[in-house]
Design a protein around this ligand. Structure first.
Ligand SMILES: C[S@@+](CC[C@H](N)C(=O)[O-])C[C@H]1O[C@@H](n2cnc3c(N)ncnc32)[C@H](O)[C@@H]1O
Length: 205
């Protein structure tokens, strides 16, 4: 079953801002300088679409962006964003069941992969991997556990909250970095935030 973030669209940005300030967004924006003019970009799980405006402030035109989110309310909110003269196609569907061409230069997954159980993460990872061209970039931002007790408590509490409100399936943070390592991805750029709890990485396929 896919998560249902429809219930959270009106408070998601406010609540995450209350807890993390601008850090979740800053961590995603940090990687956007890797996008080149004319790139074909897939954004999966972009939420309310703030990232579209951040991308547009760097590239006002010429990008071809496919924006996939399983929540129709998140898609509706994203549709209102200023995307300049870039061509944006919005798709309201789960990324794993979307019919998409397999020729993206860049894929972006901001706080998407933590929604899944370890088993489903492997499937979703493989599906997104198929869509990215060899040599393409995967910009991933998410939480990680580095052995600090407070991180485990914080991650556990957030997952319980989003399991109740948005029916996400994850009960613990899956090992996202392991997926990239096991599939031969190379780290191009990486930065951590919030006592290493948040990690943003540009991987090359
Ligand atoms: C934790 S929110 C992150 C939103 C945004 N990226 C941000 O950082 O503010 C996860 C987003 O992924 C979407 N999502 C969850 N499962 C999905 C799936 N299987 N396919 C596509 N989108 C999905 C949700 O609807 C939601 O918008």
């Amino acid at each position: 079953m896919s998560a249902n973030y429809n219930n959270s669209v009106w408070f998601y940005d406010f609540l995450t801002g209350l807890v993390f300030g601008k850090t979740l967004f800053r961590a995603q924006v940090y990687l956007l300088n890797n996008i080149k003019p004319g790139n074909k970009i897939l954004i999966a799980g972009g939420g309310t679409g703030k990232i579209l405006e951040a991308i547009t402030s760097i590239h006002h035109a010429g990008l071809k962006i496919t924006y996939v989110d399983v929540s129709e309310k998140m898609i509706a909110a994203s549709n209102k964003r200023d995307t300049g003269k870039n061509k944006v196609t919005f798709i309201n569907a789960a990324i794993e069941s979307s019919k998409l061409p397999d020729n993206f230069d860049v894929v972006i997954t901001p706080f998407l992969l933590d929604n899944f159980t370890e088993e489903n993460l492997q499937k979703i990872f493989s599906r997104i991997d198929q869509l990215l061209l060899p040599g393409g970039l995967w910009l991933n931002t998410d939480f990680q556990l580095t052995g600090k007790r407070w991180q485990k408590i914080m991650a556990g509490s957030m997952l319980i909250f989003f399991r109740i409100i948005c029916a996400i399936e994850a009960k613990k943070l899956p090992d996202i970095q392991n997926c990239f390592n096991n599939n031969g991805y190379r780290i191009v750029e990486q930065k951590t935030y919030w006592g290493d709890f948040i990690i943003t990485t540009a991987y090359q396929k």
